[in-house]
Design a protein around this ligand. Sequence first.
Ligand SMILES: [Fe+2]
Ligand SMILES: [Fe+2]
Length: 167
Amino acid sequence: MNYRQLMIEELQDLYQAETEQASQLPQLAAQANDEALRTALQEHASETEAQALRIRQILEMAGAAPGGAGEVTPGVKGLVAEAHMKGEQVRDPFLKDLALIAAAQKMEHYELACYGTARATARTAGMDEAARLLQVSLDEEEAADKRLTDIALPIHKQAAQSMASMA
Ligand SMILES: [Fe+2]
Ligand SMILES: [Fe+2]
């Protein structure tokens, strides 16, 4: 494997990751009780579709197919499985939302790592337009992560209060 192949494979993995999340995020959104959380997850689902298209565009520029091995990587599968498991296990509405947020933020951080690496590789390879497009998606992931942190804050408080009143 050479440097270019490594870059292509990373992008193909990321394409699979985005496609998988685009289909899973609406399901996670449907489980959310908090309206702001539901909206944020739905909006990020549409953003995620655009991110997949951006990667497709970069791969086309590099003369490669988006599909690659056609497999969602084990890391992404695990994160998605974890998100569903937590969403189903937790009954309390506040705690369920917090569990969904935690799972969604794990995905965002995974993506931030992937985009950071892909951007560095694109820059090194002299693919300036690819690096620019990757930066756009990276900024979106960062904003999505921050939005979830902000949404979580009042839910943490409500969860703590409802736990205290039950004690
Ligand atoms: Fe994404
Ligand atoms: Fe994301």
